[in-house]
Design a protein around this ligand. Structure first.
Ligand code: ZN
Length: 79
């Protein structure tokens, strides 16, 4: 989705912020497996799950682009 957000910084701090933002806003659907690793029950092929995640992610990318925590300043608009 990055190409849709040219203002998104993309550094490690901002990428993590975007992921955390998204994960905090979608329902948790993790179950533990017998092997001890966590697996997700979200099937990305299911359009509804995918759309909900994408909406949250776009929201996060937009917000973080406006105020990146890493302190990156947005390029000044030429006028
Ligand atoms: Zn950044």
């Amino acid at each position: 989705m990055r190409p849709h957000f040219p203002d998104f910084c993309g550094c490690e701090v901002c990428r993590e912020d975007a992921l955390v933002y998204t994960l905090n806003r979608i329902p948790a659907r993790y179950v533990s497996s017998t092997t001890g690793s966590a697996v997700t029950e979200v099937t990305l092929e299911k359009e509804q799950s995918r759309a909900a995640i994408e909406v949250s992610m776009m929201d996060g990318l937009r917000k973080i682009s406006l105020a990146p925590r890493c302190g990156r300043t947005r390029p000044a608009k030429q006028s």
